[in-house]
Ligand binder design. Structure first.
Ligand code: ADP
Ligand code: MG
Length: 685
């Protein structure tokens, strides 16, 4: 059996189970073995009853001390049994398992494993698992894998399937040369995959994880390195000169550029005028003013007689950029002929746009992924800009570039990655950093509160609106019921309408709305027909309404810190004092502590690094926060050491055998080709 063998070939897997696996996107043995456990369970040695602590999952070895007692409540059978091990007594409760009456005989010894609960001085377990001593010992102190499941599929079925697959699978030969594996401390692939599913101990698990994470980083970085090699040699086909237009726009803007913006603008101009093609990343925290740099660059391109494209990850953001440019044209007479291209436009509108793009009548094309569809033909695409790059993948960036003949590339990102990692992860780009915010900004005032503060917060919202400002309220879900106990946009809007004065205009926005409706609501908010916007995180990226000064985030503990920082970036974008209220509905000490980090700082880099410290490097299954670099297993923050190692390995390989032509690299070349073939190619979308 190999990676393409269908799951149905395994014993015990019929059509029904096959369907369940399919729901998890597992069709072949290859899929199955590359679906790693999400966690592990350890069957520790049994604990004496007088040493148990409530809240923990433990096992006890004890004898049934009385006759099981069954109660019936309507159709529910409740079975109570007392057990003892000489140090104390424990109460067990089983639901709908009446047959246990006969199994659990008085005086019989068993292992009972479950979560300890307490009621006064009485300790009890509900629905514990029952084992014979021998069975338990056979499994004890090993790490038992737990997988992400779907209804009807149990961990037991999953484990059995994996076990069988591992037995029957013929692994391909190891693809790293021996010295290579030794040098970077990598165990064999086969061993790593076996161990990640059934590790004997934490040490071997760590070694398996290292190997698999290394593989992911290595193939990603190798691809980047190839890009870079290709890009570095690219001649600049569109050498440009600075024109009066950009100078005039800069003179007319209501603000001077910050020092950092000026420096980056200088770098962009030099790049576009140099003999080589530009490949540049602008990294700058939310609100640092990246957009104006993109517009200056696009204006320079238009003035030189070429086309430029600006791609944003959401329609709402693309429309905002488009309107911003239209405002510039109206206010400052900027010489740009923009066209918008987004998915929700009618086919007639799209056709018009295609024509303008193909004929060159439009010299600035703004849109979403729609820009990279095959129908779109550009006349003279000389610059592509991707905004909020962290929301795209490397592939989409490349796909847009593929629309032109080696155009200049400018990407903008607010992902707070430390410089050492950025150099590795954006290995194919030169990096410009905007490290200061515009001077007119007042720092955002933050507070982390519990739910008792809500009524005060509503009062505060009303006051801000009275002063002419606008407000965002963020809820984690769209409608009731997806996840219990979480606030949702639809009901929250109703609630605010009932508690806030009736002259306050309140609307909502979420990702399930039709794009045209989303655009309309955003426009109404931007033009101040709406005072309070209740929204999911769809407004997270890029939205710019400087009159909005207050953001209230419900169930703040549900969000990652980097995401909350992005969200918060929607306020504090103008001259007014801005505020952020994080409502924490779970009053655990560590959640409050985590959120307090936001309170201490408005600096994205600081927040990301503190968050990392709190999570700790031992957190193997940490929250993945960065969309752009989402690997199957590797986490760019907590696996930074492996990332650096993989980067070093790629560098060394490029120094000695960049095209992998040496015989000892044949299998590696084959492997890397397979990996890149499996990556989705966005050019075909
Ligand atoms: P981001 O870097 O998050 O994309 P934007 O480019 O949207 O930020 O800029 C945020 C706001 O700051 C916009 O309203 C923009 O007009 C304004 N802005 C940009 N540069 C400056 C500056 N140098 N001084 C004052 N305001 C600025
Ligand atoms: Mg932006």
């Amino acid at each position: 059996m190999n990676s393409n063998t269908s799951l149905i070939e395994l014993k015990g897997i019929g059509e029904k189970t096959q369907k369940l696996f399919q729901k998890l996107n597992i069709a072949t043995l290859g899929d199955l073995l590359s679906t790693y456990p999400k966690d592990y369970e350890i069957f520790q040695d049994p604990v004496k009853i007088n040493c148990l602590s409530p809240g923990e999952t433990s096992a006890v070895y004890a004898a049934v001390s009385g006759i099981p007692n069954e109660k019936k409540v309507r159709k529910l059978s409740i079975l109570n049994v007392n057990v003892t091990d000489g140090t104390g007594e424990l109460k067990l409760t089983f639901f709908n398992m009446p047959f246990l009456k006969k199994v659990l005989r008085q005086g019989g010894f068993y292992i009972f494993r479950g979560t300890i609960q307490s009621h006064g001085n009485t300790y009890y377990m509900e629905q514990p698992k029952i084992f014979s001593l021998n069975d338990y010992i056979a499994q004890s102190n090993r790490l038992i894998p737990k997988y992400s499941l779907t209804k009807g599929l149990t961990n037991q079925i999953f484990r059995k399937a994996v076990k069988q697959a591992l037995d029957k699978y013929t692994f391909e030969e190891e693809f790293y040369p021996k010295e290579f594996a030794e040098k970077y401390g990598l165990i064999e692939e086969k061993k790593a995959i076996e161990t990640i599913h059934f590790p004997n101990n934490m040490e071997s698990l760590a070694a398996a994880r290292k190997r698999l994470v290394f593989d992911e980083f290595f193939s990603f970085l190798f691809g980047l390195r190839q890009n870079r090699k290709y890009n570095e040699g690219l001649k600049n086909e569109y050498q440009m000169f600075e024109t009066a237009d950009t100078v005039r726009l800069l003179e007319q803007l209501p603000f001077p550029l910050t020092k950092a913006q000026k420096r980056v603008w200088q770098e962009i101009r030099e790049d576009m005028g140099s003999p080589y093609c530009m490949n540049r990343l602008i990294q700058g925290d939310v609100g640092s003013g990246k957009t104006i740099l993109a517009i200056l660059a696009l204006l320079m391109v238009a003035a030189n007689g070429f086309q430029g494209a600006l791609m944003a990850p959401t329609e709402v953001l693309a429309v905002q950029h488009y309107e911003n440019v239209c405002d510039y044209i109206k206010q400052y007479g900027v010489h740009l002929k923009p066209v918008l291209l987004v998915g929700s436009m009618t086919s007639k509108e799209k056709k018009d746009a295609y024509e303008k793009i193909a004929s060159g009548e439009a010299n600035l094309i703004i849109g979403t992924h729609a820009l990279i569809q095959s129908k779109v033909k550009y006349k003279s695409l000389a610059l592509v800009v991707t905004d909020e790059q962290h929301r795209f993948g490397v592939h989409q960036r490349e796909a847009l570039a593929g629309k032109g003949e080696n155009p200049h590339i400018l990407v903008m990102s607010a992902t707070p990655i430390p410089r050492t990692l950025a150099i590795i992860l954006y290995g194919d780009l030169k990096i410009s950093v905007i490290d200061e915010l515009p001077a007119n900004r007042l720092p955002i005032k933050n507070c982390v509160v519990n739910t008792s503060y809500r009524s005060k917060a509503y009062q505060f919202i009303a006051n801000q609106v009275k002063e002419g400002r606008q407000v965002y309220v963020i809820c984690p879900q769209v409608e009731e019921g997806e996840l219990e106990d979480l606030e949702n946009v639809v009901d929250y809007t109703e609630k605010l309408r009932s508690v806030l004065p009736t002259d306050i205009q309140i609307s909502y926005l979420h990702g399930k709305m039709r794009p045209v409706d989303k655009n309309r609501i955003m426009e109404e908010f931007a033009s101040h027909s709406i005072d309070v916007l209740v929204s999911t995180t769809v407004i997270e990226v890029g939205i710019n309404v400087p009159n909005a000064t207050l953001m209230m985030v419900e169930n703040a503990e549900r969000f990652g810190l980097a995401q909350l920082h992005q969200l918060r970036g929607r306020v504090g974008r103008g001259e007014y004092q801005s505020y952020c209220i994080f409502v924490c509905t779970q009053e655990k000490e560590d959640t409050m502590e985590r959120l307090q980090i936001l309170n201490k700082s408005n600096d994205g880099f600081f927040i990301a690094s503190e968050d990392l410290k709190l999570r700790g490097p031992g957190d193997m299954f940490g929250i993945r926060q960065s969309g752009e670099f989402s690997f199957r297993m590797g986490d760019i923050y907590s696996d930074a050491a492996v990332l650096k190692l993989a980067s070093e390995a790629v560098d060394n390989l490029f120094a000695t055998d960049p095209d992998l032509q040496k015989p000892e690299h044949e299998k590696l070349l084959h492997h890397l080709n397979c990996v890149s073939a499996n990556n989705v190619d966005f050019r075909t979308i």
